[in-house]
Design a protein around this ligand. Structure first.
Ligand code: ATP
Ligand code: MG
Length: 332
């Protein structure tokens, strides 16, 4: 069965709906006929400012949310990135193969460092895509299910894999992105030209899956809409309404064109009210299940230990090949 691998950062108390429809939902589907590795990217969380206590909490919450979303520990290796040291070890090797200019071109670095200026950003943020390449290449996966925002990083991963393979010996598989077009990207409710993001959206702009459903309903009702009154999908002219239609369609399975018909002649307020109901019905059971899982931390830790064992065996085998091929002397 083809391998897949993906990760999510513990950078907030809750996943947002963009994480779910853009990424995690695909993970659940892929379990059926793939061999999956899914991890909580706690090492990536150190690329922006962090609080140790929160990081610890959010890592466990992340794992619980994956399971609540339907990632099944019996089918998938669910693990914490820092439990498998090979991620950091391979990243260091790949740093030596990555051009400075190549890393600088990454748009996530530009976006995330925009606020404080490049000088205030950490080296970790700059090197983030290299660690991500290591995360992926260790498992030699066929596919990497991610949201559209990660496409550029995946391109770099492929470039690095190719470079390593041709410079040394064929070691890595070139992974394909697995990105579902229709729901590849959800936008911020308050600024629908920016992506919905855990670490950079204001609370009013993201739909957090673990929020009190009442708060979520209110956020949707106060989402920014566009001038005019017509409800139709038009990314350029109507980014706000288009985003609401995307979310609606993603959660109900109704095609956007059917929604446009259904809402012909209706008001933005009608769409928002109905969408609030759809989202609340969806997040309520998810939230209940997550809280239940967090109540039994022994069980959760066992799942993560088993995941790290499965993942570690694969990752270490790859790392051994890499170390040998780059010229490291094996310890006696
Ligand atoms: P951060 O702001 O800390 O980077 P994030 O919201 O971008 O957080 P990540 O943990 O970086 O979330 O990404 C987890 C997964 O969710 C990735 O596969 C990413 O492509 C996907 N994703 C993130 N934001 C969106 C979005 N707005 N729409 C669709 N998919 C998204
Ligand atoms: Mg991100």
């Amino acid at each position: 069965r083809p391998r897949v691998l993906s990760g999510i950062q513990p950078t907030s108390d809750s996943f947002h709906l963009g994480n779910y429809v853009g990424a995690v939902r695909q993970w659940v589907d892929l379990q059926r006929d793939h061999q999956p590795f899914f991890f909580i990217a706690d090492m990536h969380a150190l690329t922006v400012e962090w609080d140790p206590k929160l990081l610890r909490e959010r890592t466990l919450r992340g794992a619980a949310q994956l399971i609540a979303a339907g990632v099944d520990p019996a089918k998938s290796a669910i693990f914490v990135q820092s439990h498998v040291p090979a991620h950091a070890q391979l990243a260091w090797v790949l740093n030596g193969l990555t051009g400075f200019g190549e890393a600088r071109r990454m748009t996530q670095f530009k976006d995330k460092s925009a606020k404080g200026g490049e000088g205030a950003a950490s080296v970790g943020l700059f090197a983030y895509p290299v660690l991500m390449a290591a995360d992926i290449l260790l498992y030699r996966p066929h596919y990497v299910p991610v949201g559209e925002d990660q496409r550029q990083h995946l391109e770099l991963t492929r470039d690095l894999a190719q470079r390593f393979n041709s410079r040394f010996k064929k070691t890595f598989r070139l992974p394909e992105p697995y990105i579902l077009k229709a729901t590849a990207k959800l936008y911020d409710l308050q600024d629908p030209t920016r992506k919905m993001s855990k670490s950079s959206s204001a609370p009013s702009g993201i739909i957090e899956m673990l929020d009190d459903p009442k708060v979520t309903a209110k956020k949707i009702r106060s989402a920014v809409t566009d001038s005019g009154t017509e409800i139709r999908f038009d990314q350029e002219e109507k980014p706000g309404v288009s985003n609401l239609l995307t979310i609606y369609s993603a959660l109900t399975g109704e095609p956007i064109s059917a929604l446009e018909e259904q809402y012909a002649g209706k008001m933005y307020g009608d769409l928002k009210k109905d969408l609030a109901d759809v989202v609340v019905d969806f997040v309520t059971p998810f939230r209940d299940r997550t809280l239940e899982l967090l109540d039994d931390q022994d069980h959760l830790m066992q799942v993560l230990a088993k995941g790290a064992e499965t993942a570690g065996a694969v990752a270490e085998a790859t790392l051994r090949d890499v170390y040998q091929r780059v010229g490291f002397v094996a310890p006696a």
